[in-house]
Design a protein around this ligand. Structure first.
Ligand code: NAI
Ligand code: MG
Length: 353
């Protein structure tokens, strides 16, 4: 019996549509070659749907996704709809309802790609971002609108369970890498939640043999990642810090267009979601020049999660080989369009192993 996976594909807006199309083509090619089937359930949940219905996804959207084996997302966001509407109407409910509490964001300096910083020849960083709590909260409000005393309050929520499980996941990962875990903090300025974060991370990491934790203030860490990116391997960070650091690391490694992201429910009680790190890039949408590498790398992480390890490796090797051969989109100083780059990856996937 062939292995069959039901994957909900949400191309979304802008370049999300272009890169998802490339990723699905490559996954289909791999499925044929590696003897499995992917049944895509394409969801047109995007800003257009919001303009028509006032919702980014149907009322029972979460329920519709719940019996699938995974979710593949392009990106959502468009200039004429507020970004908090697009994010909180789709992406954040999926992450929370499916308890995708780990956001795994690996980055390497890929061969053929010139990083943003001269002289750096290798870089291999994984950001483990806490994905369902922290600074992203709905607790708070705006008060005194229209008065001189107008103010806004937004509460962060850090729970012992939430911090500990992110730290545990990151420490286990660090144990398989170089045994050093960098914890991003700001406990000098943020005096309640961040010392709590530090404490829970330290207690959790102590339980993992062979791993030491280095807590680094986020501002200094930002500078270190630019100046000495090779000195960091595995990072654990809160929701907001992890988001910022992963774009920073991707930028250092050449482009945010190459960065992948896996929103994981490690217990596999719910489907996990895979997406590139980047957004819908309205500035280049419709031009056919988006870099699909982040989307392809995310697809490779999805295949790995599904247990299709060989297919996952083939996909990573194919997009890396194309880059190593000098084929790249304009964000990486190449001249290929999205379609030309995709064709090169597909041709490498079809070569005999
Ligand atoms: P962005 O990631 O869309 O773009 C930032 C810059 O990087 C732009 O200059 C863009 O052209 C470039 N870029 C991004 N991806 C690229 C790719 N694959 N190839 C070549 N260049 C690429 O971030 P921005 O501009 O802050 O946000 C645009 C919209 O996307 C907003 O509405 C935002 O809310 C949304 N967004 C959605 C996300 C998601 O759905 N997961 C994540 C981040 C932003
Ligand atoms: Mg981001």
């Amino acid at each position: 019996m062939t292995r069959t996976y039901v994957i909900d594909s949400i191309p979304g807006d802008g370049i999300g549509v272009d890169v998802t199309d490339v990723a699905m083509q490559c996954v289909d090619a791999l499925a044929e070659r590696h003897g499995f089937t992917v049944q895509w359930r394409i969801r047109d949940w995007n800003s257009d749907l919001y303009r028509k219905t006032g919702r980014m996804m149907p009322v029972d959207g979460i329920e519709q996704l719940s019996d699938g084996d995974g979710i593949y997302l392009g990106a959502v966001g468009t200039p004429d709809v507020p970004d908090d509407v697009t994010l909180w109407g789709l992406l954040i409910p999926i992450r929370r309802e499916f308890d995708q509490y780990i956001n795994l964001r690996p980055m390497r300096l890929l061969s053929g790609v010139v990083g943003a910083m001269p002289g750096i020849e290798e870089l291999d960083i994984v950001v483990v971002r806490e994905n369902v709590e922290g600074e992203y909260s709905q607790i708070g409000g705006r008060f005194g609108s229209g008065t001189d005393g107008e103010f806004a309050v937004q509460e962060s929520v850090f729970t012992r369970k939430g911090v500990a499980r992110a730290a545990r996941y990151a420490a286990d990962l660090a144990a398989e890498r170089d045994g050093r875990l960098v914890s991003a903090t700001k406990s000098n300025g943020i005096i309640h939640t961040m010392p709590f974060w530090d404490e829970v991370v330290a207690e959790t990491v102590k339980e993992v043999p062979g791993v030491v934790v280095d807590k680094v203030l986020i501002d200094a860490l930002a500078a270190r990642l630019v100046m000495k990116p090779t000195s960091v391997r595995t990072i654990v960070a809160s929701n907001l810090f992890g988001d910022i650091l992963s774009d920073l690391v991707a930028g250092v490694a050449g482009s945010i267009g190459i960065a992948p992201s896996a929103n994981l429910n490690p217990e596999r009680r719910y489907p996990s979601m895979f997406e590139p790190v980047h957004g819908s890039a309205p500035d280049i949408a419709g031009k056919g020049i988006a870099n699909p590498v982040g989307a392809l790398w995310a697809a490779a992480m999805m295949l790995d999660h599904l247990g299709e390890k060989d297919a996952s490796k083939s996909l990573t090797s194919a997009f890396e080989a194309a880059l190593a051969d000098g084929i790249a989109t304009s964000d990486l100083k190449g001249s290929a369009t999205t379609a030309e780059y995709a064709a090169e990856v597909l041709s490498r996937l079809k070569e005999p192993a």
